[in-house]
Design a protein around this ligand. Structure first.
Ligand code: ZN
Length: 190
C-alpha cells in the first residue's frame, strides 16, 4: 500500500469506505494542494481557491467567455480531504446510502478538487451542479474553447470511474494533458 492510501485509510474507515471499493473503481488518489490562492469570491462570501497556474487559467478562460457574452462563475474549487469527508458524513447522517453518495461524491483523497485544479462551474441563474448545465451556452462554449486554457471535462457520461455525468466539473492540467490520471500529483494503487 502506498503512503497516500495509508494516509487516507483512517478517514475511509470512519466513513465505512473500504479500500477494496476504491481499488475496484480504479480511482486515483490525490495529494492536497499546498500552494493555493483565492481566485474568486462567491456571492455568499465564500472564497474559492486554486493553484496559481489554475487560477490564472480560470481567470483567462472566464474573461474570454465573458467577451462573448457567456457568464461563468465558480461553484466549487479547492476542497480539502477533511472537507470531502465532512460532506460525505453529512449525507450519511441524513440517511443516504454510502453507495449512492459515492456516485456523486468522490471518496476523501480521490477528489480532483484536492488538487486545486478542478472547478465546478455555474452560469447565470441556472441551478448549480445539475445535468442540464450541458444545455447552457456556457457548456457549448467550454466544449469548443476550454482546451485552449488547459481545462478538460473530467466525468463524461459513462465514465470509467462510476461517477455520475458531471458537465459542470472541469479540471486544469499544466501540461495540457487533460487526463487527470496523468497528473504528477496522482498516486496509483500498486
Ligand atoms: Zn467537481
Amino acid at each position: 500500500m502506498n503512503s497516500l492510501a495509508d494516509r487516507y485509510r483512517d478517514t475511509w474507515r470512519r466513513l465505512g469506505i473500504s479500500r477494496q471499493s476504491i481499488l475496484e473503481r480504479n480511482l486515483p488518489l490525490f495529494e492536497e494542494a499546498r500552494d493555493l490562492r483565492v481566485v474568486e469570491v462567491g456571492s455568499n462570501g465564500q472564497a474559492f481557491r486554486l493553484t496559481p497556474a489554475a487560477a490564472d487559467a480560470w481567470t483567462a478562460m472566464k474573461a474570454a467567455a465573458g467577451e462573448e457574452g457567456i457568464e461563468m462563475h465558480l461553484v466549487s474549487a479547492y476542497r480539502s480531504v477533511d472537507r470531502q469527508a465532512g460532506l460525505i458524513r453529512r449525507k450519511l447522517d441524513a440517511g443516504r446510502s454510502l453507495d449512492a453518495i459515492l456516485e456523486v461524491l468522490a471518496p476523501p483523497g480521490c477528489s480532483e478538487h484536492h488538487t486545486g485544479r478542478a472547478v465546478d462551474i455555474g452560469t447565470g441563474d441556472l441551478r448549480p451542479l445539475e445535468p442540464d448545465f450541458d444545455r447552457a451556452p456556457a457548456f457549448a462554449w467550454l466544449g469548443v474553447h476550454a482546451h485552449r486554457f488547459g481545462f478538460g471535462l473530467s466525468f463524461p457520461r459513462g465514465n470509467a470511474f462510476g461517477y455520475v455525468y458531471e458537465p459542470w466539473h472541469w479540471c486544469f492540467s499544466e501540461t495540457g494533458d487533460r487526463s487527470f490520471r496523468d497528473f504528477e500529483s496522482t498516486a496509483r494503487f500498486p
